[in-house]
Design a protein around this ligand. Sequence first.
Ligand code: SF4
Ligand code: SF4
Length: 113
Amino acid sequence: MSIKITEKCINCGACEPECPNQAIYEGGKKWRMSDGTSLKKKEILDLDPTIFQEPKKKDIYFIVPEKCTECVGFYDQPQCIMICPVQCCIPDNKNYENKEELIQKKSFLHENI
Ligand code: SF4
Ligand code: SF4
């Protein structure tokens, strides 16, 4: 499942560069599926992956569930959970995916890598 960031976030920014899928964004920043992935072509998704999307949070860092793979395919543990100094990165039970689904998602995001 995806990881989510709770309201306890202190906006330190430590997690953002650690994410292998570039799924973490600063509050108020627009995001794209193509950031940090190999999704560059329109036809891959209904949604054009190169178009900027509205921020999911305004005041604290947020994780884009569509891009989070729990670090599957890159690391044994979710890197944001490991590095967050205030333990505000937690499993997002509303976005449950099993290991197999996460492996497929990683392949989808990084098709040619
Ligand atoms: Fe990124 Fe991994 Fe955290 Fe998901 S669990 S947001 S892929 S660092
Ligand atoms: Fe927020 Fe934790 Fe990320 Fe720092 S490491 S920006 S406190 S989620």
